[in-house]
Design a protein. Structure first.
Length: 292
C-alpha cells in the first residue's frame, strides 16, 4: 500500500508541470493586447482563423515565423520583452511578448476563438455592379509605401513613385506611377524586377521596410548579387507618357515570404518614341528600389 501511494505521488509531481502549461483561446479584438508568457528553447504557437498576411515584432530577441494561419514565437534571450502584431486579410491581432520564464508557466498555444454568425448577413445590394470581394479585400489589405527623402535635389526627367502594395499567397502586387517631367515623350512598359541578395547598408534595412529608397540610400547599398523575380502580370494606363503627364501601373510578382527585409529593383524599359533609329534619342533606363 505504501509503495502504491509513493507511485501516485510521483505521478502527480510529474504531471504538474505539464498541467501548468497553458493552452488558451482568445477572441479576435483589434483593441485588445494579449500577453504571452514564453520560455527559452520552447515554441509558443498562435493559431488564427484565417491565413496570416504579415507579422512584425519590435525586437530580434524573439524568433517569429509563420506558415499559413500559424505563427511560431520563440525567445532567444532570457530578459527581453517586446510587442508582436499579426495581420490577416480582415483583422489585426496585438500581443505583448513577456520575458522568457519557467516552462511550467508558459503559454503553450493560443487559439483564436471561432466567430459564429447564426444568421448570414444579407447583401446590401443584389445589383450585378456590386464590388467583388476580391477587390474589397485588396483595398482593405493594401499597405502604403513610404518614399524616403533624399538630399540630392537634382530633378529627373522621368520619375517612378511606388504608392502601395498587397501581398497574399506568395504573390506581391505593386502599384506605382510614372511621371514625365521632361520636354520629350517617354515610352515604357511593365518593369523587369530583380531581388537584390546579400545587401549591405550602413543603416538597418528594417527601418526601410515597405519604403521606396531615394538616391541617397541606393548609393550606399552594397549588393552581392541579383536574382530575377518572376513577373506574373502587369498593366499600365498608357505606354506613351506625354510631357507633364503621369500614368499609373501595377505589376504582380511571384515572391516567397521572408522574415528579413527584401530589396527589389524595378527596371522600367524605355523605347524610342519616334520608332526610327533606335540609337537616336535613346532614353536612360529608369529604376525604382523597394524594401519589402
Amino acid at each position: 500500500m505504501k509503495r502504491i501511494l509513493m507511485t501516485l505521488a510521483l505521478l502527480t509531481l510529474t504531471m504538474l508541470p505539464a498541467m501548468a502549461q497553458k493552452i488558451g483561446t482568445e477572441a479576435s479584438d483589434r483593441t485588445r493586447i494579449v500577453h504571452l508568457k514564453t520560455a527559452l528553447n520552447h515554441l509558443t504557437v498562435i493559431e488564427v482563423g484565417e491565413p496570416v498576411v504579415e507579422v512584425a515584432a519590435g525586437s530580434p530577441s524573439f524568433k517569429v515565423e509563420w506558415r499559413e494561419n500559424k505563427v511560431f514565437v520563440q525567445p532567444t534571450e532570457a530578459d527581453a520583452a517586446t510587442n508582436l502584431f499579426i495581420w490577416t486579410a480582415t483583422q489585426r491581432l496585438n500581443y505583448e511578448l513577456e520575458p522568457a520564464g519557467p516552462v511550467t508557466a508558459m503559454d503553450f498555444a493560443v487559439d483564436q476563438a471561432a466567430v459564429h454568425n447564426p444568421e448570414p448577413a444579407k447583401p446590401a445590394s443584389t445589383s450585378s455592379e456590386a464590388v467583388s470581394p476580391s477587390v474589397t479585400n485588396l483595398l482593405l489589405a493594401e499597405k502604403p509605401v513610404r518614399v524616403m527623402p533624399s538630399k540630392k535635389n537634382a530633378s529627373k526627367a522621368v520619375e517612378v513613385s511606388i504608392s502601395d502594395l498587397y501581398e497574399k499567397d506568395g504573390r506581391l502586387l505593386i502599384r506605382y506611377a510614372v511621371s514625365n517631367h521632361g520636354s520629350q515623350p517617354f515610352s515604357t512598359d511593365t518593369p523587369q524586377v530583380y531581388q537584390l541578395d546579400g545587401v549591405r547598408s550602413p543603416q538597418s534595412l528594417y527601418a526601410f521596410v515597405n519604403a521606396q529608397l531615394g538616391d541617397e540610400q541606393v548609393g550606399k547599398l552594397k549588393i552581392k548579387q541579383e536574382t530575377p523575380v518572376k513577373v506574373l502580370d502587369g498593366h499600365l494606363q498608357s505606354e506613351q507618357i506625354a510631357p507633364g503627364e503621369q500614368v499609373v501601373g501595377v505589376v504582380a510578382l511571384q515572391l516567397a515570404a521572408s522574415q528579413s527585409p527584401t530589396v527589389l529593383r524595378l527596371d522600367f524599359p524605355s523605347f524610342n518614341p519616334s520608332g526610327d533609329d533606335p540609337h537616336e534619342g535613346r532614353q536612360a533606363q529608369i529604376a525604382a528600389f523597394l524594401v519589402h
